[in-house]
Design a protein around this ligand. Structure first.
Ligand SMILES: Cc1cc2nc3c(=O)[nH]c(=O)nc-3n(C[C@H](O)[C@H](O)[C@H](O)COP(=O)(O)OP(=O)(O)OC[C@H]3O[C@@H](n4cnc5c(N)ncnc54)[C@H](O)[C@@H]3O)c2cc1C
Length: 575
């Protein structure tokens, strides 16, 4: 997205912008009955109030800190869809609707399609805090988290865990809450011969130890610098651990390297009962199981995650661009994908396709000729349209990511709703079932902004049995996601209509995959039977583990393990 602003000139206003965003004077209490000063002292003064990202553009404001400032407003306008800038601001959410409270008509948003559009912020438009937490605690130590848990029990103030704010279901936002902001936990360490704590008999493995604030962009650069491969997802500003690992975590290497969850070998976590625990295959194994797919913001605050590294190896890359988005071309293109998904997954391929392009990779040690032969059906399809399939080799996954995927996925920071479904291999068995699947996919995608066909399931990966995700991940060949953007000023009922429309469309795929499920982190806000959809038969055990470590429900979130229903005040802003 291009903005007609000179970013270089206004970048010098960054400090001014940040200064306007926060108010360190916690005595200006927005929740007056609670003694925030005591908490602030116990966390070395790292408790802050933060205004919404676009605060400086509004002359009128109610219940937020900060002031109108033309330069800082220009800065916010220039960086409105810059995910990496947004990451650094505690009050910023990448799905913009989670900065608002649509049910009360309260927000502080710019028009993301044109941040200069004055209709969004000129008086009488008023800036409100919306669903953005009232206070942010910049977490640095386990003691900070312990103090916050104690404070929550004593005062009744609700907590939320906020990292980079990429959550699709608003689980890291909550009106009136105290947010435990983990983005500044920036540890990244390479350990070439790591042995899990308490598992002395285990063979050493090559790992990295990550704080939740480390993003994919940081991760890939670190892997490259240390001559290892660190698999991950697509958008550079998403945390490489955080909600990604806790909820599943797919990416172009998942077919052969497993999900983010599979690769997580140890967690250091502060649980709501107050303990700081190490969870791995040898100790606190129930918690280890729960953290490997049971979802973020549910079992505690993860301070560090140890994840498995792979050797740095070359990869084969196949790309196709420039397809027309007309219905016939999309149908013919997706038919090629559906007809060949099983063979491609078995051959080691994984990647992403939309309606008009595809980027697939293969890390296995196959020859160029073998790569070409296996992708022949795609090449033949492209040739019929006078298009050419690109075939290259990159020296590493990180180099491919930086040159191909990162430019495609760098934009973030706009209101977006999604629905998704895992497509089991059995639906790809016969030409009749493939045709039925293709028809359902086309129907599900019709009339929506965007559809992703993700060949990112861990189909060729041999997993252990210590993850809590729905087993549907394991035997599925594709994850389908359909998305719609929202208007910046969409009302609660307009948002509801968009979500219901997406949900209805996804029924086409649900109907042909009745025993399947979907991805906790990228699902329908109104996912039917969400417990079964996200976790299948694992749900019951997860619910017991939740009760053990969080008996008072200090951490609760939308459609998370132990969810008590939408009547909770926490969801009063949800459409
Ligand atoms: C633009 C975009 C691109 C994406 N690309 C991918 C992709 O390629 N692959 C993929 O699998 N997913 C992808 N996602 C989904 C993403 O992985 C999830 O939204 C994930 O939950 C984000 O986690 P976060 O910590 O970065 O964000 P946040 O919104 O800060 O947190 C998300 C959830 O995790 C919890 N959480 C965060 N940190 C911690 C912690 N330290 N301890 C305990 N709980 C915590 C929060 O409470 C919240 O429930 C994408 C999302 C977006 C918006």
């Amino acid at each position: 997205m291009q903005f007609p602003l000179d970013i270089a000139n206004i970048a010098s206003t960054w400090n001014q912008f940040m200064a306007l965003m926060l108010d360190a004077n916690v005595t200006s209490n927005l929740v007056p009955s609670v003694n925030w000063d005591t908490l602030n002292s116990s966390v070395s003064g790292r408790l802050f109030q933060y205004a919404p990202f676009a605060r400086a553009c509004f002359e009128d404001a109610e219940g937020v800190v900060g002031t109108y400032d033309a330069n800082a407003c220009a800065f916010a306008q220039a960086h409105y869809s810059d995910g990496q800038y947004r990451d650094t601001i505690p009050s910023s959410y990448q799905g913009l609707q989670w900065e608002t409270c649509p049910s009360k008509g309260e927000s502080c948003l710019l028009d993301w399609t044109n941040p200069l559009n004055e209709a969004a912020f000129d008086a009488p438009k008023t800036c409100h805090q919306g669903s953005i937490p009232t206070y942010f605690l910049e977490v640095q130590t386990a003691t900070d988290v312990q103090n916050a848990f104690k404070f929550s029990v004593e005062t009744g103030v609700n907590l939320v865990v906020k990292n980079t704010g990429h959550e699709f279901q608003g689980r890291s936002a909550r009106p009136g809450s105290l947010a435990l902001w983990t983005k500044n936990l920036q540890k990244i360490e390479y350990e070439p011969a790591w042995i899990p704590t308490g598992c002395e008999d285990t063979a050493p493995r090559t790992v990295v130890r990550l704080g939740p604030g480390i993003t994919f962009s940081d991760l890939y650069a670190f892997g490259e610098a240390n001559n290892i491969t660190l698999p991950g997802g697509s958008t550079p500003s998403v945390s490489a651990t955080g909600g990604y690992v806790l909820g599943g975590g797919h990416g172009s290497l998942s077919n052969t390297a497993g999900l983010g969850t599979d690769r997580a070998l140890e967690f250091t976590i502060v649980v709501p009962t107050g303990d700081v625990l190490t969870a791995n295959a040898c100790q606190n194994t129930d918690l280890y199981f729960a953290l490997r797919g049971g979802g973020g913001g549910t079992f505690g605050v993860v301070m560090e995650t140890v994840t498995l590294a792979l050797p740095r190896t070359p990869i084969h890359v196949i790309t196709l661009d420039g397809l027309s988005s007309d219905a016939n071309t999309t149908k013919a293109f997706w038919k090629v994908l559906v007809d060949n998904s099983r063979e491609w997954a078995n051959a080691g391929w994984g990647g992403v396709a939309g309606a008009t392009s595809l980027q697939y990779i293969n890390p296995l040690p196959i020859t160029e000729e073998e790569a070409r032969t296996s992708m022949q059906p795609l090449t033949e399809f492209a040739a019929q349209l006078n298009l050419t399939v690109g075939q290259e080799q990159y020296d590493s996954f990180a180099l491919f990511y930086q040159q191909v995927l990162e430019p495609l996925y760098a934009i973030s920071g706009f209101p977006l709703s999604t629905v998704s479904r895992l497509l089991p291999a059995k639906n790809f068995e016969t030409s009749t079932s493939r045709d039925e699947l293709l028809e359902a996919l086309l129907n599900a995608s019709a009339n929506h902004s965007l559809t992703y066909v993700f060949a990112t399931t861990p189909y060729a990966y041999k997993a252990d049995n210590l993850t809590s995700l729905t087993p549907a991940w394991r035997d599925s060949l594709l994850l389908i996601e359909v998305l719609d953007t929202l208007e910046y000023n969409a009302t609660a009922s307009e948002q509801k209509a968009v979500i219901e429309g997406l949900s209805k469309s996804m029924d086409y795929l649900r109907n042909v995959t009745p025993d399947s499920g979907t991805y906790f982190s990228e699902s329908d806000l109104y996912e039917p039977e969400f417990e079964n959809s996200f976790w299948g038969a694992n749900y019951e055990r997860l619910a017991e583990i939740k009760l053990k470590y969080d008996p008072l429900h200090i951490l609760d979130c939308w459609h998370c393990v132990g969810w008590k229903g939408r009547s909770d005040e926490a969801y009063s802003c949800y459409p």
